[in-house]
Design a protein around this ligand. Structure first.
Ligand code: SF4
Length: 329
């Protein structure tokens, strides 16, 4: 369904300028922006994907991945089509890079009603990029909060400050994908500007009631050097040392043929990251990924794949030593 978009300006020559993300696309009549889902019709910018859902499922919250947000719970997860980035290694390219992929319409009321009737802590806007779905997501977020449900975002973090500010009023948790610290990699392989993502992460980190986790997909030869990991964790730790950080294994897909990430690469980068960050997890690999109290070493949450057992943890506190730990729920 089409709806008039928020955050755009009309130009005298019939073009419009979208101000939702740092691409700030100037769009001619009948054309779409880089995301392929915001279209200029008659000097008015429309979102073409209002309520258009390409994927819906109940997922473990750990699958987002979010490890410090209601561990062991499930969340209704939805995605749409299109993306503001063009990652050549996209794991969801069949929907993110194909706006013609089939979708089904769900009104915000229907979606919130489905989430409320299942054993779900809320709604996760995920699978593809939720920030380009802005108008629909914001409407759903408002209704979800009224119904006592949580709003979770799994995102590339590419959004301008003004729309982000409005969204933060209704957001409960984010996992932001930080694809490295290399501006050229972002420009050539991802199709965006690194600084836009760093600004979003910095802004979210200032909101203590919103859980922020960060993920990097580690691609051999592109973002797997110790030096880049040091730079990345310098940045994250300058915000907060307790931001949960995920290092995720890449597998060849879409336009990328680089070999899969060796396990030893993830372990090496985890060691580098742990010098500055308290919680560093490995993803897309088998094996346990526990959360351990940084003060006494007690196991707070035990995970094996999506199987979760709560250990010495209760209401944001280590039961063993009483230290506050950054887990919500
Ligand atoms: S949201 Fe889409 S149309 Fe708007 S600036 Fe970003 S890529 Fe361009």
């Amino acid at each position: 369904m089409e709806r008039e978009a928020s955050f755009y300006e009309k130009r005298d020559d019939g073009r419009v300028q979208c101000r939702l993300c740092p691409h700030n696309c100037i769009i001619a009549e009948g054309k779409t922006g880089i995301c392929r889902v915001r279209v200029n019709r008659g000097n008015v910018l429309y979102t073409a994907i209002y309520g258009e859902v390409s994927s819906v499922a109940m997922d473990p919250i750990e699958k987002k991945p979010l490890y410090h947000f209601f561990p062991g719970n499930s969340i209704l997860s939805i995605g749409t089509v299109g993306c503001s980035f063009r990652c050549k290694f996209c794991q969801n390219y069949s929907t993110s890079q194909n706006p013609e992929h089939p979708t089904q319409y769900y009104s915000p009321e229907e979606l919130v009603s489905v989430a409320g009737s299942r054993d779900s802590i809320g709604i996760a806007y995920t699978y593809t990029e939720p920030l380009i779905w802005y108008e629909y997501v914001l409407d759903c977020c408002k209704l979800a909060h009224k119904a006592g449900l949580k709003n979770v975002f799994v995102s590339n973090g590419y959004i301008n400050p003004e729309p982000l500010g409005e969204l933060l009023l209704f957001a409960d948790a984010f996992n932001i994908d930080l694809k490295g610290m290399n501006t050229e990699f972002y420009r050539k392989v991802v199709g965006g500007k690194l600084q836009g993502v760093l600004d979003t992460i910095s802004e979210i980190s200032k909101h203590p009631k919103i859980l922020l986790e960060v993920t990097t997909l580690v691609i051999p030869g592109y973002n797997d050097s110790d030096a880049e990991m040091e730079e990345l964790t310098d940045f994250l730790s300058s915000l907060r040392v307790d931001i949960p950080y995920h290092l995720s294994a890449y597998f060849p897909i879409y336009q990328f043929t680089a070999p899969a990430t060796p396990f030893r690469t993830l372990e090496r980068l985890q060691e580098v990251a742990l010098k500055k960050m308290r919680y560093v997890y490995l993803g897309n690999v088998s094996g346990p990924t526990n959360t351990v109290c940084h003060n006494c070493g007690a196991v707070l949450v035990e995970r094996h794949s999506y199987s979760v057992r709560i250990g010495k943890y209760s209401r944001g506190t280590c039961e063993n030593c009483g230290t506050r730990v950054p887990i919500i729920g």
